[in-house]
Design a protein around this ligand. Sequence first.
Ligand code: GLN
Length: 240
Amino acid sequence: MRATRVPGEALARGHQATREAARPAGPQPAAHDPEAEGPPPTVGVLALQGDVLEHLRLLEAAGAHAVPVARTDELAAVDGLLLPGGESTTIGRLLELFGLRAPLQERLAAGMPAFGTCAGAILLGRATTLDDGTPSPQPLLGALDVVTRRNAFGRQVASFEADLDVGELDGAALHAVFIRAPWFEQLGPAVHPLAHVPTSQGEQAVVVRQGRILASAFHPELTGDARLHQRFVALVRQPA
Ligand code: GLN
């Protein structure tokens, strides 16, 4: 992590205010050259809860044909899926209600690329705990070999911002907005940590990749910086 957390400032603002404050400061999405890369892959954004429109916009900026996914036929039509942040228990329930849990698990098991952000990352994991480390029994997709710790940064630092050096990304540090964020612990052997933050419990992973599955503990849609979305679109384009 290059710069410091600013928990006081972040705490003073709500989610919406953080978004408004963060967006103009962030770099604009990089231009992309469609001819250099072939036809755009179709990338879905799970549209049950969260910042669906922001993710669609950033995926388009990253060179994808981006579509919302709330039905099984929509899921069947995508080459990769982004799972936004929100509340992992709620999204888990909605997946069941919308009849999406089993088809999504099947697509993931068959190798569909996925990008989980915050609650979406928790859902992709194999297990999760509450902030005190006790198991949180809730439905998960189990595609990413990590145990996440929900609300890991605790109440006093519920939300904060940080500039992160993220492996596999070009350019300057990535400005990251954490909102009641998890961190990744117990990383399986195929999971590469790409960024860490210092915490009272040592360095903790906040971006990880396992094959063509990417996950961030923070909300990458809130700053206008499309580099993680670009990395995901590149993974979708990559042969399995
Ligand atoms: N705290 C939420 C959860 O446990 C995640 C928060 C978020 O997605 N911003 O599911």
